[in-house]
Design a binder for this molecule. Sequence first.
Ligand SMILES: [Zn+2]
Ligand SMILES: [Zn+2]
Length: 55
Amino acid sequence: MAAQATKKCANAACSCIPPEKDKYCCAHCEGVANKIEIMCTCGHPSCGMGATTHS
Ligand SMILES: [Zn+2]
Ligand SMILES: [Zn+2]
């Protein structure tokens, strides 16, 4: 099994650790999988900015 050592969310902008069975830490990251996020807005406190609106 040549899995990557670092097991983080498959959203490149996200640094959260997903559940073992999931590639994404949450539905948010799965939802933005087709886009490139500059910074993750999943809202997890461990993930930088959180979900503050950027209006
Ligand atoms: Zn995140
Ligand atoms: Zn994530």
